[in-house]
Design a protein around this ligand. Structure first.
Ligand SMILES: NC(=O)c1ccc[n+]([C@@H]2O[C@H](COP(=O)([O-])OP(=O)(O)OC[C@H]3O[C@@H](n4cnc5c(N)ncnc54)[C@H](O)[C@@H]3O)[C@@H](O)[C@H]2O)c1
Length: 396
């Protein structure tokens, strides 16, 4: 795919107007139910089957959703009708499952991160290119109403020239919450051990980094500090991987803008972002809600001092005209919008907004912050990507 020739007007190939893409899910855990709840919002996605290496879970999920289940990954990959694999396994399985899918000639939409190591993620992107396939990574909230509205406000210079961004991904003291009671709709428990082992940076930094690199272009450097403050999150089980539960990163974009992102499993819940420009501040309170309002406040100058106006303006939320995803639980996200964008790009023979190189760039940033630890060194980015276009419905 030639990303440079990207056009925002979709270029539907004659005969492909009503074409569907056959997809199969690998990994029938907690998040898979959220995908199942939102796939019906995207008629171009046709779910043909599922597989989980845990045979009980495979059976239970397949029965609950009345979907065919495969007996092995090999069976799923040998099914010639499957065109795209949704890799919803745990992060430590992403590389193996995505690699097998790409080798079998399937496009891949992977949950985040693409892989646990940069060389593995880069290998997946190279393999996809070699086999003329696409690989894209979650999160896909960039395609949501809030991100698209915020992006339009930035393009419209609603707060003048943007200088700095402050973004927060704090989740509170999750290890003290009743997480053992958190169940998905089909009754799968929240995978607390895996979540604590993988850590908040690998799990959540991508939500804002995916927005920021789309808005401001490729990053040049990231200077991070990451620390483990509560090592013994589980009273009766040791964790098998050390991951920071607090990280702070300063990202420098080639466009000159800088951003500070904080992730933690300690500070009280805060998923807000502030985009600071010469004429004011744009802000969103919660990036996990696709219809979170976008506000702005003007910068006022009174007697040579600057103040932020106490009055906020609500920026009109752009409408994707999609039905609202009805998902139970904390998330209010249309998880299937990412696979739908990938399917549309393939069917319309156009670059994907969540392109392979964009997904790799976000993954590189996330991994750099996660592995930074207390050394606090500056990391120079090695990957880049061609610019991403807004959704067609977000362009005036
Ligand atoms: N839990 C959440 O709230 C949440 C939200 C958004 C995204 N995610 C992401 O979704 C992914 C999955 O998370 P989850 O919460 O569903 O985890 P989970 O542990 O509930 O489910 C993962 C499933 O993958 C299966 N699996 C692992 N390796 C496999 C393999 N090689 N072949 C087949 N099946 C395999 C496991 O048996 C398990 O059932 C992760 O990347 C996570 O970051 C999770």
């Amino acid at each position: 795919m030639n990303e440079a020739s990207y056009s925002i007007t979709t270029n539907v190939v004659p005969g492909h107007e009503n074409k569907k893409m056959n997809i199969a899910i690998v990994g029938c855990g907690f998040v898979a139910d959220y995908y199942l709840a939102t796939i019906p919002l995207h008629p171009q996605l046709n779910l043909v089957g599922v597989f989980d290496s845990d045979s009980q879970r495979n059976q239970k999920f397949s029965n609950y959703h009345s979907i065919m289940s495969y007996q092995s990954l090999e069976d799923l990959l040998a099914d010639k009708t499957v065109e795209m694999v949704l890799n919803l396994t745990n992060p430590r399985s992403h590389y193996d499952v995505s690699k097998a899918a790409l080798e079998a000639g399937k496009h891949v939409y992977s949950e985040k991160p693409l892989a646990m190591q940069l060389d593995q993620a880069a290998e997946l992107v190279e393999l996809a290119e070699k086999n003329a396939l696409l690989i894209a990574s979650a999160p896909c909230s960039l395609l949501g109403e809030t991100a698209q509205t915020l992006w339009k406000a930035i393009r419209d210079q609603a707060v003048g020239k943007v200088r700095v961004v402050y973004a927060e991904m704090d989740d509170g003291l999750v290890h003290l919450m009743p997480y053992k009671k958190w169940l998905s709709t089909s009754g799968t428990p929240w995978p607390y051990k895996d979540e604590f082992e993988i850590g908040c940076t690998l799990e959540h930094a991508g939500y804002y980094l995916a927005w920021l690199v789309a808005f401001f272009g490729p990053a040049l450097t990231v200077t991070s500090f990451a620390s483990i403050q509560i090592a013994d999150k589980l009273v009766d089980e040791p964790l098998n991987m050390d991951s920071p539960d607090f990280s702070v990163a300063c990202v420098q974009f080639a466009s000159g803008i800088v951003a500070r992102l904080t992730c933690s499993l300690i500070a009280p819940h805060d998923h807000s972002i502030k985009i600071v420009g010469d004429k004011g501040v744009l802000y969103v309170d919660d990036c996990w809600k696709y219809k979170s309002p976008v506000y702005s406040r003007k910068m006022l100058t009174i007697r040579r001092k600057t103040f932020l106006s106490p009055f906020r303006t609500r920026y009109p939320l752009l409408d994707s005209r999609r039905a609202k995803a009805k998902t139970k639980g904390a998330q209010n996200m249309d998880f299937a919008r990412g696979p739908a964008e990938l399917a549309d790009a393939i069917l319309e023979v156009r670059p994907c907004r969540l392109s392979s190189s964009y997904s790799l760039h976000v993954t590189e940033l996330v991994l750099a912050i996660h592995y930074a630890r207390e050394q606090g060194a500056m990391y120079k980015m090695t990957t880049t990507f061609d610019s991403i276009e807004p959704m067609a419905w977000a362009v005036a």
